[in-house]
Design a protein around this ligand. Structure first.
Ligand SMILES: Cc1ncc(COP(=O)(O)OP(=O)(O)O)c(N)n1
Ligand SMILES: Cc1nc(C(=O)O)sc1CCOP(=O)(O)O
Length: 526
């Protein structure tokens, strides 16, 4: 009979040195079990053998009351002597083949994996699970290597595809980043996700470990119980009529609710972005200082991060973290990402730190993120012919980044990884003004804020990073600007690009549901 899999969902690794002053270890342990911890590892780095054994025996006794298995960090002898369920082994500990011989047949053996090769060896050796770390930076252990970030963890998860070896991530996991960690840590090829999280300080360092554990448990249970395939869960039929009618609803929501759109953008187009946001009846705030981000993320309806003149990377990283934490949408506009190595590295760092809801770019920018040279970036413009299969590019990038992708151009392509839409509105004068693409980003962000507001907050934690139909929101933002551009270009007072820009702002201001309904050109490609 195969042994039943251990529940890795909320894995407490002990750390007596991190207890708050005056808090008893056994009391803290019992409270955390009451909060919903599913597995415990006794990790004693300073105790001698006698003390380690005493702690292990008492820990097993307490955990038995809650039917929660105990693993021992590093030490086979302590595992055997304490009656623990198994061990967690590091890379320099006893090899798993010997550990299996020494331990009972049904012992659980977990192994640390900090890279793809270590995970492959652990998998082939039959590890029950791998502990992948460090995901984020932590003060609980002196790290000797760079943190992996969600992408590093995702790459390791791919190695486990098709094997029974399961996985947890460890390092810096808190209630504030748990959902982002789980959503982001997905193998790009296999879509395999983590089976749980291993945590020390968030629980052990708390004066109320029961509440700390319960909070983490609520989040991880919601994630594991939901469909993790795509960040924005589609709702409603994807016909052109249904999509435009959804866009109109969001357009009206913006007018009724005037959501705050927080924008970190470039100094070339900042004024146009603020004006286009106001024209839509949303409310812009252009703030870049990292220290403000926690507060702004509480009041902002959505965040736009545009790195046209990338001087505020620290603010971008902090802002995204807080918007993820507050479950608010983020639109990422990686302006000119293919132009320099610095921008490429910054985009990678950003997408490894927070989860974008929508990525919007021109062909060169999307091509660069996708890893294609078919259409390249020169400065902030695209060069090269159109993609031979643009639908594939946006769909695959959306799947990989687990968000909605918008690729602007003669036709605009939008995908949530499942559906692909082609939008064919817009006027060529948009190419003759600076910041048309950036303004599209502001419009998309305003529609994303509306999409979130339009969907009632779920009563229970639902494991998502944002709520609302972000596919419709992305389409709405693009249509609002491109349909307004058609009305602006048709005006008799528009004589060229100079008169076009203010007319464009006017026409966004004067946009109506009827104009959107009558002009929208949407094709559902997939
Ligand atoms: C679940 C889990 N994952 C990784 C580790 C780290 O183990 P190791 O590499 O042996 O380092 P130490 O914990 O011994 O410092 C872990 N303990 N648990
Ligand atoms: C024990 C341990 N191992 C790590 C690894 O990277 O292998 S990180 C880590 C410490 C995790 O503690 P916290 O939840 O407080 O960040």
């Amino acid at each position: 009979m195969p042994k039943p899999p251990v529940d890795l969902a909320l894995y407490l690794v002990t750390g007596r040195g991190l207890l708050p002053p005056g808090k008893d270890y056994y009391e803290s342990l019992e409270e955390s079990l009451q909060g919903g911890v599913t597995l415990v590892q006794v990790r004693e780095k300073k105790a001698d053998t006698a003390e380690f054994l005493e702690v292990a025996v008492r820990t097993v006794g307490i955990c038995n009351k809650y039917n929660v298995p105990v693993l021992i960090n590093d030490r086979i002898d302590i595992c055997l002597a304490s009656g623990a369920a198994g061990v967690h082994l590091g890379q320099t500990d006893m090899p798993i083949s010997i550990a299996r011989q020494l331990l009972p047949k049904d012992a659980i053996i977990g192994i640390s994996a900090g890279n793809v090769d270590e995970a492959r060896v652990a998998r082939d050796a039959g590890a029950d699970y791998v502990g992948i770390g460090a995901l984020w930076w932590t003060e609980s252990k002196q790290l000797v290597k760079d943190v992996l970030g969600v992408r590093g963890v995702g790459a390791i998860l791919d190695v486990l595809a098709g094997s029974p070896t399961r996985s947890v991530a460890i390092g810096g996991i808190k209630s504030t980043n748990l959902l982002r960690s789980m959503h982001g840590a997905v193998g790009p090829d296999s879509s395999r996700t983590l089976d749980g999280v291993a945590v020390i300080s968030e629980i052990v360092g708390s004066t109320t470990p029961k509440a700390a554990a319960a909070n983490l448990k609520k989040l991880i249970t919601a994630f594991l119980g939901s469909s993790p395939s795509i960040i924005t869960i589609a709702s409603g039929p994807r016909t052109p009529e249904a999509l435009v009618s959804g866009v109109v609803k969001l357009f009206q929501t913006i007018r009724e609710e005037t959501p705050i759109i927080h924008q970190i953008t470039n100094n070339v187009t900042i004024n146009s972005l603020a004006n286009i946001t106001i024209a839509l009846r949303a409310s812009p705030i252009m703030a870049t200082t990292p220290a403000e981000m926690e507060d702004l993320a509480k009041i902002g309806g959505a965040l736009l991060v545009n790195f046209g003149t990338i001087t505020d990377k620290a603010g971008m990283l902090a802002a995204g973290h807080h918007y993820n934490r507050n479950k608010k949408p983020i639109v990422f506009d990686p302006v000119g990402v293919g132009a320099t190595a610095y921008r490429k590295a910054a985009a990678k760092e950003i997408l490894n730190t927070w989860q974008a809801t929508v990525i919007k770019g021109n062909g060169g920018e999307i091509g660069s993120l996708y890893g294609s040279s078919e259409v390249a970036s020169r400065g902030v413009d695209s060069v090269g012919q159109a993609f031979s299969d643009p639908a594939k590019v946006v769909r695959e990038l959306a799947r990989r980044e687990r968000c909605v992708v918008v690729m602007t151009g003669k036709h605009d392509y939008v995908s949530d990884g499942e559906h692909v839409l082609r939008l064919s509105n817009g006027h060529e004068l948009l190419e003759n003004i600076t910041g048309a693409g950036c303004m599209a980003g502001s419009c998309v962000a305003a529609f994303c804020a509306a999409a979130r507001l339009a969907q009632p907050e779920p009563k229970d934690e639902d494991g998502r990073l944002v709520r609302g139909d972000m596919l419709v929101a992305a389409i709405g933002g693009i249509l609002a600007l491109s349909i307004a551009s058609e009305f602006a270009a048709a005006r008799t007072d528009v004589h060229g690009s100079g008169t076009f820009l203010p007319a464009l702002i006017d026409e966004v201001y004067n946009l109506t549901p009827e104009k959107l309904l009558s002009k929208a050109k949407i094709e559902v490609l997939q």
